[in-house]
Write a protein that binds this ligand. Structure first.
Ligand SMILES: Cc1cc2nc3c(=O)[nH]c(=O)nc-3n(C[C@H](O)[C@H](O)[C@H](O)COP(=O)(O)OP(=O)(O)OC[C@H]3O[C@@H](n4cnc5c(N)ncnc54)[C@H](O)[C@@H]3O)c2cc1C
Length: 393
């Protein structure tokens, strides 16, 4: 005899738990399963252990998808203020770090505890260490084999996230379920990920590992103004993670390391003040010393300012504020914060996240082709898409 529940949710991450709470509140019997040892493992490690749980400015403009309009409905129906309200009701203290990004004052574990408490209140059954062996259609619902135990459900919610950080159990299983039921999956790739250089580009930059600047990093017309960090493999830091979601193999990115500063004017003024000053010393007043030294050496005019023509100073300005560099690749799913792409939104109802062609089958959170910028947007998508599915599943 099969066990029967109204709603079976695969994946006890941010999206799955939010959906479970909402469906449970409606009186549905809900079973949420996960193959991990604990629920919300990505919440736990997020935001450096403080969970950047949403963003004050979250809106459709902060998301990447083949259909940029798809996320609008869910983000409107359950927005950042709704989630902040939940956090406040649980007495969790938070602060805005920068650019609207909200973090817990204490620990990301408070967010997990809040979700688990809400699931308990809504009588949701959470089962860990549980994998899915097979899924079949059965009448209006589904039969899901949980390594021997067959569970019959009316609604099946797929909330197993993307492929990033396989060490934490990310599998891409959600894409397999989508394909099994004939849904399209768009190309997936690591996003919000450090970029790497080939040996030729890296060799002269190796001494800069650990140096950070407030930069504007661009790919075509897309630009992000945030910190950038030189690493022993290439570039990282928020501005690079952001641009990694747009960058493709073979593309060049542009970097301004002193955005808002007219480097040419500053060097000309320095030359007029003290022509005996070395270029790297003058640059060192504007940039970290190691970076100033490298730019001066690479410019092949690392001499006294008095010996430099305006044309040479313009070339230095270009090296500082219009550095064009071609990354060779990225650090991949090993360190990527999210997966770009996923279950195609063409096959999903934007109001409910239900598959258009498979009644009772839902996809929520990162497994869907909706990817947020860095800054709390990905969790907001998980809350919003989980919440809307929870109203109907
Ligand atoms: C290091 C790091 C830091 C991050 N920091 C932030 C941040 O501060 N702010 C932000 O907005 N976003 C952040 N993100 C992104 C964010 O964590 C994800 O976008 C979000 O967790 C997605 O939620 P989800 O519920 O869709 O998937 P997940 O949270 O990944 O949950 C999916 C769940 O499904 C389970 N699962 C997977 N496959 C199976 C299977 N076959 N059987 C059973 N269970 C399965 C997994 O164990 C997991 O518990 C960060 C990501 C990383 C990796």
């Amino acid at each position: 005899m099969n066990r029967q529940v109204d709603v079976l949710i695969i994946g006890a991450g941010a999206a799955g738990m939010m959906c479970a709470i909402e469906a449970g509140k409606r009186g549905r019997s809900v079973l949420i399963i996960d193959h991990a040892d604990a629920p919300g493992e990505k919440i736990r490690i997020s935001g450096g252990g403080r969970c950047n749980f949403t963003n004050l400015n979250a809106g459709p403009q902060n998301f990447i998808s083949n259909n940029p309009h798809f996320c609008i409905s869910a983000l409107r129906r359950y927005n950042q203020r709704d989630f902040i309200g939940l956090v406040d009701r649980h007495g969790i203290a938070w602060h805005e770090k920068t650019l609207g990004q909200l973090f817990c004052d204490g620990s990301s574990k408070q967010i997990i505890q809040m979700l688990v408490t809400e699931m308990n209140k809504a009588r949701v059954e959470l089962r860990l260490h549980t994998a899915v062996t097979s899924i079949e259609r059965s009448g209006d619902g589904f039969i899901v084999d949980l390594a021997g135990e067959r569970v019959q459900c009316v609604s099946l919610v797929v909330a197993c996230g993307g492929k990033s950080i396989p060490k934490m159990g990310a599998t891409g299983f959600g894409y397999d379920i989508a394909r099994q039921f004939g849904l399209l999956v768009t190309e997936t790739r690591p996003a919000l990920v450090p970029l790497t250089f080939d040996e030729h580009t890296l060799a002269p930059l190796k001494s800069l590992s650990g140096v950070s600047v407030d930069a504007v990093v661009g790919h075509g017309r897309t630009k992000f103004a945030e910190a950038m960090l030189f690493t022993h493999r290439g570039l990282s830091g928020p501005s690079i993670l952001q641009i990694s979601s747009y960058w493709r193999e073979g593309d060049t990115i542009s970097v301004a390391m002193l955005p808002g500063t007219k480097v040419f004017d500053a060097l000309r003024a320095a030359r007029a003040r003290n022509g005996r000053q070395a270029l790297q010393t003058a640059l060192g007043e504007l940039l970290p010393k190691r970076l100033a030294q490298l730019i001066a050496e690479n410019s092949k005019v690392d001499t006294h300012l008095a010996d430099l023509s305006d044309k040479q100073l313009l070339a230095v300005e270009k090296a500082v504020n219009d550095w064009q560099v071609k990354p060779a690749g990225s650090e991949g799913y090993r360190t990527a914060e999210v997966t770009l792409g996923g279950v195609s939104t063409d096959g999903l109802d934007q109001k409910t996240m239900e598959a258009k062609s498979e009644k009772g089958l839902y996809f929520i959170g990162e497994v869907v082709d909706v990817t947020g910028w860095l800054g709390g947007y990905n969790f907001q998508w998980a809350w919003s898409s989980g919440w809307v599915a929870g109203q109907v599943a």
